[in-house]
Design a protein around this ligand. Structure first.
Ligand code: SF4
Length: 393
């Protein structure tokens, strides 16, 4: 029997905006070429308009980080992208000529044991535009999860936990940072026990969540420490991309501000700036809520995954979100602390998502190399997410 395929409510509304795209996926990125496309491209000549002429399309393919990808030109663009941002291959040969990556992007599919999930990646500005226009997003129920009290098997329980975390993120009266802090705390508690459906229901009950909310609000995490740590995280994430000359117009200004911050800062002044920034940033909370729910839906539980991997993925989602927030804060300072534009928010969501779009193995390796412990303690998670407390005078 064919597995049920489910997707969020916005999935079918996606259309590529091609030449109108402000941040095309045909530049500064690894564009994978599958073996079947490689074989087809051996028999096709490049259109005459491609500036560097080679015998066959396959000759434009290179190996990078163990992957077969299209070799970008010296300004990091796909050699088949025309000046007016259209694909020369599609114009010459039709959509069928494209590699699987170019055909499918920004869609992704995860194949679980009993069903398949489709979603859209935030690495595309048209996806962020969709969420902005919609204001809220809805995710499908996974067949068999959480309704009949019979969620057998680890995967079903992990999917049940994911459903509960998405519910937490959907509560408009709950600040996003609190939803993240509560979710991470609960995952760490689960990590100490044998997972069971009963245990999940108990932890996500209204009573337990209320107690957790009260306890978390009492924890003081000085804002200046959060800002300083997030600056360091952003600098670490950006190192290799800057070395390769990628995303420089987005990264250089914010990394220069981050470096200035590392040289020393006045905690009081920095905190005041942050509060002023938050009053601007708050207008994009509904958009961030959509972004975060999508991250959780698409990345928190992987096929054949386990609880530890789920915890690592939540850490990675926290890194992604805090890097977006930190970039926007630093850019806002850099540009005179005025209004924060939607275009800036969208562009940093896209660029940081492209930079952090690692697979599970790469996420694990990055975390292993960058932190003392693979699974963080709750205090470190709270340090980077922040809990909005201002140090007492
Ligand atoms: S980033 Fe999205 S909208 Fe832009 S060219 Fe790629 S698929 Fe199309």
């Amino acid at each position: 029997m064919k597995a049920a395929r489910i997707h969020p409510d916005f999935f079918e509304q996606f259309t590529c905006i091609a030449d109108k795209c402000p941040l095309t996926c045909c530049q500064e990125w690894k564009i994978a070429v599958d073996e079947e496309t490689n074989q087809r491209w051996k028999k096709l000549a490049p259109p005459k308009t491609v500036s560097v002429q080679k015998k066959a399309l396959s000759e434009y393919i290179i190996e990078k980080d163990g992957e077969r990808v299209i070799g970008l030109n010296p300004v990091h663009r796909c050699p088949f992208l025309s000046e007016n941002k259209l694909c020369r291959l599609v114009r010459a040969y039709g959509d069928e000529v494209l590699s699987e990556t170019c055909t499918v992007f920004p869609r992704e599919v995860h194949e679980f044991e009993g069903h398949e999930e489709e979603t859209l990646m935030p690495c595309c500005p048209a996806v962020i535009d969709l969420w902005r226009a919609a204001g809220t997003v809805q995710f499908p129920e996974v067949p068999g999860v959480g309704h009949d009290g019979d969620n057998e098997g680890e995967e079903m329980i992990l999917l049940q936990i994911r459903e509960q975390i998405i519910r937490l993120l959907q509560k408009e009266q709950k600040p996003l940072r609190e939803a993240l802090l509560e979710s991470f705390y609960i995952l760490l508690e689960f990590h100490k026990e044998t997972l069971s459906e009963h245990f999940v229901s108990e932890y996500f009950s209204d009573k337990t969540l209320e107690e957790l909310e009260t306890a978390i609000r009492e924890v003081e995490v000085p804002l200046a420490d959060t800002i300083a740590e997030c600056s360091e995280l952003l600098q670490d994430l950006a190192v290799n991309y800057r070395k390769e000359g990628l995303y420089l117009c987005y990264l250089d200004p914010v990394i220069e501000e981050a470096e200035a911050l590392s040289d020393g800062f006045d905690a009081q002044e920095l905190t005041e700036k942050w509060m002023a920034f938050q009053s601007q940033f708050l207008q994009y909370e509904p958009l961030l809520r959509c972004f975060l729910q999508n991250e959780v839906f698409s990345d928190l539980v992987m096929p054949e995954g386990n609880l530890e991997q789920m915890i690592l993925q939540l850490q990675w989602i926290a890194i992604t979100c805090t890097a977006i927030r930190q970039s926007l804060f630093l850019k806002w300072i850099r540009e005179g602390e005025g209004p924060l534009s939607y275009e800036d928010v969208r562009d940093y969501m896209v660029v940081i998502s492209r930079m952090t779009g690692y697979d599970e193995e790469d996420v694990r390796e990055y975390l292993l190399n960058s932190f003392e412990t693979l699974v963080w303690d709750w205090g470190y998670f709270a340090l980077i997410v922040g809990n909005g407390t201002v140090p007492k005078q």
